[in-house]
Design a protein around this ligand. Structure first.
Ligand SMILES: [Fe+2]
Ligand SMILES: [Fe+2]
Length: 187
């Protein structure tokens, strides 16, 4: 199934806006490096990294519509903060490739918030999305988390949350409840 996902992603990556496909490629490059370091599948991390933002092209209204029509399982928080729905929608749209693969599903579904069930692959995709070179350029304070990710994934996720929660507070953005649950579990 994952071979088919790879073919699908490679074909459709070219159809995405260049800024988005560049982010997916940078995320995939970092995910591969982290996968090598932590001795998990580079192939699986690469695919999840390439797929995570495939639904990012939809507007908030379109995302809400897709979630409602298809009865995709989303929380009240997610419905009132629809920019986070692109994870659940991407996981839904790639369902035929990943439905039997809980970890691949998790990497994509929960890439924005993180989730308490995360395994190493999920942590790698989550961190690579947040720590790829363009993101570090924009927020150099994340360099420390990037370096930590090569030592210890759990501590890197924890360090990311600590920086991110402060950042979100200054921007007046609500923290995803699943991030708080996951942070409390790791602490
Ligand atoms: Fe995203
Ligand atoms: Fe992303």
């Amino acid at each position: 199934m994952l071979k088919k996902l790879e073919v699908y992603l490679e074909k459709n990556l070219l159809k995405l806006p260049t800024g988005l496909s560049a982010h997916l490629n940078r995320t995939s490059d970092l995910a591969i490096e982290l996968a090598k370091t932590h001795k998990v599948s580079t192939f699986r991390c690469k695919l999840a990294a390439l797929a995570h933002d495939f639904a990012k092209t939809y507007s908030n209204n379109e995302l809400i519509k897709i979630v409602k029509i298809n009865e995709i399982d989303c929380s009240e928080f997610e419905l009132s903060n629809p920019e986070v729905l692109h994870g659940p929608v991407a996981a839904f749209q790639l369902d035929k490739y990943i439905s039997d693969d809980f970890s691949m599903f998790n990497s994509i579904r929960w890439h924005t918030s993180g989730h308490k069930t995360f395994d190493k692959e999920n942590q790698i995709v989550f961190l690579a999305d947040k720590l790829e070179p363009y993101k570090i350029n924009k927020r150099p304070e994340l360099q420390y988390v990037h370096d930590l990710a090569f030592q210890d994934l759990e501590n890197a996720v924890l360090a990311f949350f600590e920086i991110q929660f402060e950042f979100l507070k200054t921007q007046n953005i609500d923290i995803h409840p699943e991030s708080i649950i996951y942070y409390d579990k790791l602490r």
